[in-house]
Design a protein around this ligand. Structure first.
Ligand code: SF4
Length: 264
């Protein structure tokens, strides 16, 4: 148990000698509240303010390794008696404490959704932007159909579409993940997806960087892959001579019967 809190006394101005010296008074107040066996050595003090000091004592209670009792004492102006403000148990650097609370929404990871689960997206989600719908215009039915088709092709038929930020986040995530060049399978691959016959090209702004793997034998079948990703199922992979299977000779048909053998 260290005395690291002594260091903190140097940053506080005007230490009050009566409150700083009130270790015994602080300990006495503490053991009125808790079992004396739970109170360990004095670890130091913190100057909280003018005539306001917190004394720290080790906590010896089983299961509370690294915790300490904090007893705050004070003294009124022109009074010589020190009084106790507060007694609490606080965690130190070595204390085992619960992990910081993470809101449920932030804890969800890809793969957590089960059939029937709903995961609403915030109205303010920066990954999406509103899309302007096409329809209230003086075009005739044929023209409208054409315009709607164009709008559909461009993705304008949706309430919201991917924002620039949403697109960049997705591209970075894919590139840094199992579909990118640093994935172990890609590092060990003989060649990149960009030269693989199974790479399906996509349209749109990410078409210069990503495609979809269409090799049913590959781990990435049906997934987005970066051009510099790769795997051992690359279409142009050939085995070295020594790894090729040994050719099997043509089968020999044995047509001899026992009676034919006896005639020899
Ligand atoms: S088979 Fe392998 S190399 Fe070819 S596109 Fe799929 S992941 Fe890329």
């Amino acid at each position: 148990m260290g005395h690291d809190f002594d260091v903190m006394t140097t940053v506080r101005p005007k230490p009050d000698s009566a409150t700083v010296a009130a270790v015994d008074a602080a300990r006495a107040a503490l053991i009125e509240e808790v079992d004396a066996a739970d109170v360990g050595e004095h670890l130091g003090h913190i100057i909280e303010g003018e005539r306001l000091v917190t004394h720290l004592f080790a906590c010896e209670r089983p299961g509370y390794v690294g915790w300490r009792w904090s007893v705050t004492v004070t003294r009124a102006p022109r009074q010589k008696y020190v009084t106790v403000d507060e007694i609490v148990l606080i965690p130190g650097d070595e204390a085992i404490v619960a992990p910081e609370w993470v809101p449920y929404r932030e804890r969800i990871k890809p793969g957590d959704l089960s059939p029937g689960d709903l995961l609403p997206v915030d109205d303010e989600d920066p990954r999406l932007v509103p899309t302007y719908l096409v329809g209230d215009d003086p075009l005739d039915a044929d023209d409208k159909a054409q315009v709607r088709q164009v709008a559909k092709d461009l993705g304008l038929g949706r309430v919201r579409t991917l924002s620039l930020e949403g697109r960049d986040l997705a591209a970075q995530r894919w590139y840094d993940g199992d579909s990118g060049p640093e994935a172990p399978i890609a590092v060990a691959a003989p060649d990149h997806c960009t030269t693989c016959g199974f790479l399906l090209r996509i349209a749109g702004p990410l078409s210069e960087m990503f495609g979809v793997c269409a090799n049913g034998d590959a781990n990435d079948d049906g997934r987005i892959v970066s051009f510099d990703h790769g795997c051992g199922a690359h279409s142009e992979v050939r085995l070295a001579k020594k790894h090729e299977p040994v050719p099997v000779p043509d089968p020999v048909f044995d047509t001899l019967t026992p009676s034919e053998i006896e005639t020899f």
